[in-house]
Design a protein around this ligand. Structure first.
Ligand code: OFO
Length: 162
């Protein structure tokens, strides 16, 4: 069984993961409206991953004989200012998620809760990958500017994300 405090921050983390899914779905809809089907599909897959992250924590809490409390999910942004700014929002958001995961790890460390530390390790590695992937997209978008051919190729490439 995990401590009440760890239980509480993990419940908050579920909410953050589900909110991430909500935010990315909102972005996916917007990208689709712009006709960027590949970017839209990439973002939709990202949204699905976030929900899976939330469920992973959900299962961990239950398996630890503790209590899942689902909190209200806030409304995501739905007005965006172009594709580059969307990915910049994603990057900033992921950095917040990383620091939130680090706080869970820090709390687990303070409590010498090895099981939770081991559990959040996966999330820490996942955050490195996610931040890197988004940073890479931003770099390329900055490099290509408004070049339509490049955007077309990138859209095609991102649409192939499995
Ligand atoms: Fe994108 O982050 Fe989940 O954990």
């Amino acid at each position: 069984m995990i401590s009440e405090q760890i239980n509480e921050i993990l419940n908050e983390q579920i909410n953050k993961e589900f909110y991430s899914g909500y935010l990315y779905l909102s972005m996916s809809a917007h990208l689709k409206e712009l006709g960027l089907n590949g970017f839209s599909s990439w973002m939709r897959k990202q949204a699905k991953e976030e929900v899976e992250h939330g469920l992973k924590i959900f299962d961990y809490i239950i398996d630890s004989d503790s209590f899942v409390t689902l909190k209200q999910i806030k409304m995501p942004e739905f007005e965006f200012n172009g594709i580059l700014s969307i990915f910049k929002v994603v990057y900033e958001h992921e950095k917040c998620i990383t620091s939130s995961i680090m706080k869970v790890a820090q709390k687990a460390e303070e409590e010498c809760d090895r099981t939770t530390l081991n559990f959040v390790d996966w999330f820490i590695s996942e955050q490195v990958e996610e931040e890197e992937a988004v940073k890479n997209i931003i770099k390329r978008l900055e490099l290509f500017g408004e070049a339509k051919e490049a955007l077309y190729l990138m859209d095609k490439e991102l649409g192939e994300r499995s």
